[in-house]
Design a protein around this ligand. Structure first.
Ligand SMILES: Nc1ncnc2c1ncn2[C@@H]1O[C@H](COP(=O)(O)OP(=O)(O)O)[C@@H](O)[C@H]1O
Ligand SMILES: O=C(CO)[C@@H](O)[C@H](O)COP(=O)(O)O
Length: 483
């Protein structure tokens, strides 16, 4: 009987690292590990990259397969700015995707080059999330730290380099920097923000081997490591996603995306024109306020997160961290339409509705950006991420999308996508073909219900009328005092 081949896939996301040991032949998950991260509170959102490495070691060891796995791949939260000194140590904590202090730098880039030109060159009009805006923020606010930087990495590149010693990345995660386009790094844009391209990793071709595990890690020395990618690109692989099939991911961030048939370039900035990790495209819209914001409203209302009630007139814009979709980095949470008879359960349901509204109203734009007709009847919307397990989330998405919704039984689709990348190194298949073979989308399909347009319109109307409250005053926008 041939020996069982097992690979390890890792998801280094905002709140934690999750590692899965997966059987290459069947896709069976043989072991799991998890280790929590801490993220700073206050005006910014930062994490120590050393903590991610420790979490990687702990989570992979906890799978029980670290010393026997035959390949590995690491996916990670997108966009984060990791700055390293010549010894490979962090110069300062990483600036994360949901740190909105860099909003003025993003706006300055868009003003200087024009949104349409930026979308044409990089696929996206950068918001505060993009690494280019973060580097410009660092240059403006901590020039001494910026001068000490010998290497700039994304979270997954940082971990892959710790594991292999190789300074490499992939096109999916590179497409979230704001300084990469199909022709490679955009040197004119890099010069504009004062970043030397020599500090950046090499962008490997899809399906490449990043390197071999070096000595002194929990994994077996010499085992091949795949390129890895950004977490959303990894989930797309993990789902074996065909073009046009929409996905809604409910985690720290909310994301909605589909593999595109054409290269996206939305000059309005709602849709980020990411590359996927396989040579195609991944148009995506992302919110900053998803499961954590809704859980905060549950705590404020003194309710369990499933304890929701319909009816009433209350509207919640749950933009506790500022927001990216819509692009309102200085926004805060807003409750409107409270009455004497509003119940805590209705307030909580309104928080779910407000969080889902931002994603579902972007879905048609995402599909259009990838060359799809949103009106064409499609496959059920795939619901993934930590929130997908919640009944209140499932019912909210059903009601506000008007679509059938499929909830895969597999829980950690980012880590599974990374595992599929690792398996593909061994078998020579495409990574998404591996995931399809593993039947990772299998799960319950929830029948569609008529779309609740009244609620969607009430939220859209409140958002329109509250706009002045949610935007930073012009002077603060320029000075970066957006929060
Ligand atoms: N059953 C559930 N219902 C609703 N939310 C849930 C449930 N289980 C986990 N969550 C939420 O999922 C989030 C974690 O999701 P995950 O996709 O792992 O996040 P991330 O990848 O951003 O770190 C937590 O904020 C938690 O509140
Ligand atoms: O910024 C984005 C997508 O553009 C986020 O989706 C991050 O990639 C972080 O994701 P999670 O922590 O929610 O997994």
């Amino acid at each position: 009987m041939p020996a069982q081949r097992v690979v390890i896939g890792v998801d280094s996301s905002t709140q934690s690292t999750k590692a899965l040991a997966v059987d290459v032949g069947t896709g069976a998950v043989l072991g799991e590990g998890r280790a929590a991260h801490s993220v700073s509170a206050g005006p910014g959102r930062e994490s120590d990259p050393e903590q991610w490495w420790r979490a990687f070691c702990e989570a992979t060891a906890a799978t029980g397969w670290a010393d026997r796995a035959t390949a590995c791949s690491i996916a990670g939260q997108q966009h984060g700015l990791v700055t390293l000194d010549p010894a490979g140590r962090p110069v300062r904590p990483a600036l994360l995707w949901n740190d909105v202090r860099s909003a003025p730098q993003a706006a300055a880039l868009a003003a200087a080059l024009g949104p349409a030109e930026l979308a044409r060159r990089t696929g996206s009009v950068p918001t505060a999330a993009f690494t280019a805006a973060k580097w410009a923020w660092l240059r403006a606010h901590e020039p001494a730290a910026a001068d000490r930087v010998a290497a700039v990495r994304l979270p997954h590149d940082f971990l892959t380099e710790r594991l292999t010693g190789e300074p490499v990345t992939d096109r999916g995660d590179a497409s979230g920097t704001g300084w990469w386009g199909p022709g490679g790094y955009d040197r004119e844009l890099l010069a504009r923000i004062g970043l030397d391209s020599a500090l950046l990793p090499e962008v490997l071709a899809p399906g490449s081997r990043a390197g071999l595990v070096r000595a002194g890690t929990p994994l077996r020395e010499g085992v091949p490591v795949a390129t890895g990618t950004g977490d959303n690109m990894a989930a797309a692989i993990g789902l074996g996603l065909p073009p046009g099939r929409p996905v809604l991911s409910l985690g720290t961030s909310g994301t909605v995306y589909a593999v595109g048939r054409t290269r996206p370039a939305d000059p309005n900035g709602t849709v980020a024109g990411f590359a996927d990790a396989l040579g195609g495209w991944l148009p995506l819209a992302c919110t900053l306020n998803c499961t954590l914001a809704v859980d905060r409203f549950a705590a404020l209302a003194g309710r369990d997160r499933e304890d929701v009630e319909g009816g009433g007139t209350v509207v919640v814009l749950p933009y506790l961290d500022g927001e990216r979709t819509p692009d309102l980095p200085a926004a805060s949470g807003l409750v409107h339409g409270l009455r004497h008879d509003t119940t805590p359960g209705q307030l909580l349901q309104a928080a779910y509705d407000g969080a889902a509204h931002a994603l579902l109203t972007a879905l048609d734009d995402v599909l259009r950006a990838g060359g799809e007709d949103p009106a064409a009847a499609g496959e059920p919307l795939l619901l993934i991420g930590g929130g997908a397990a919640g009944r209140a989330w499932q019912q909210t998405v059903l009601r506000l999308s008007g679509r059938a919704v499929q909830v895969p039984e597999a829980r950690e689709l980012v880590a599974l996508g990374a595992a599929a990348q690792a398996a593909a190194l061994l078998t020579g298949e495409r990574a998404d073909a591996v995931a399809r073979r593993w039947r990772t989308t299998d799960g319950r399909v929830l029948d569609p219900v008529p779309r609740d347009d009244d609620t969607l319109e009430r939220i859209t109307g409140t958002l329109r009328r509250a706009r002045a409250l949610q935007e930073a005053p012009p002077q603060e926008r320029q000075e970066g005092r957006g929060r």
